[in-house]
Design a protein around this ligand. Sequence first.
Ligand SMILES: Cc1cc2nc3c(=O)[nH]c(=O)nc-3n(C[C@H](O)[C@H](O)[C@H](O)COP(=O)(O)O)c2cc1C
Length: 308
Amino acid sequence: MRPRILVVYYSQTGQLRQILDSVVTDIKEKADIDYAVIEPVTPFPFPWTALQFFDAMPETVAHLPAAVKPLPQAVVNKDYDLVIFGYQPWFLNPSQPTTAFLQSELAKIFKGKPVVTVVGCRNMWLHAQEKVKGYLDGLGAHLAGNIVLTDTNPNLVSLLTVIRWSFKGQKSASGLLPAAGVQDEDIAAASRFGKTIYQHLADDNLLDLQRSLLAQGAISLKPGLVMLEQSGIKRFRFWSGFIREKGGPGDSARASRVMMFKNLLLVGIFILSPITNTVALIKLAIKRNSLLKDVEYFRQVAYQEGRI
Ligand SMILES: Cc1cc2nc3c(=O)[nH]c(=O)nc-3n(C[C@H](O)[C@H](O)[C@H](O)COP(=O)(O)O)c2cc1C
């Protein structure tokens, strides 16, 4: 029998949809594939103003997301053999529509199902994935695989291009800067993962899927990212609470705190980053062994609460 696969995802610009299309492109003839799109009740703006963008941080980090629309009944009532769950991090957490979906009644579609997560992001996804693992665990799903596609340009370059993309809507290359987002060739090459997923499903061997995906380069992870996310998430949590003291999303009473957060974040990234990078290199040398253990954990699908 043809395996039944559900692809469920949110994508603001369509990048993640492109990635997911590529993942399933070579198995479309062999499997019965349905798509379900997660849609916020009120769409997030695109392009964003700086205030709108950074005003989304407090609720994203606090897991207090804006609501999403229901899925079609046909999808909710069908029995799938596997769910491919596509999402993107926002501020080191699952994007608001992703969290809203995972917290809602709709997430019962995951119960008892094997799930493969597919992440399309700039390059910081560890904490978000741990949160998604936690939700899936609570829902009684079995995380069988994780594939992460990132922008492989140097960190500051990808930051500049993501800013140009988010605030001007321009993804294409201009001046000295390359195109924003995940590289086209990496998106096209993601079709190799679909074949592996299909084979493991057909062989009833999903327990071994992540090993095969890793052998195909499904995750590339440097120890420095673990440290960067650990310190970043602590700061985001502080600012999330500090801004929410002044009101909810869009409240003008909190705008000055939101802009303060934005300015400090940009100063931290662009001006202090040579210093923080040097400190990070020293810490990396000292903590190398424990960070390498962390890297091994984050490449896997097992879930241990509180790892980051
Ligand atoms: C509000 C916001 C916050 C983001 N935060 C992160 C982040 O913490 N880490 C990261 O790697 N990418 C981050 N990104 C990039 C997204 O993960 C994603 O790659 C991009 O928005 C395109 O995804 P799409 O498929 O929804 O269009 C952020 C994007 C937005 C809009």
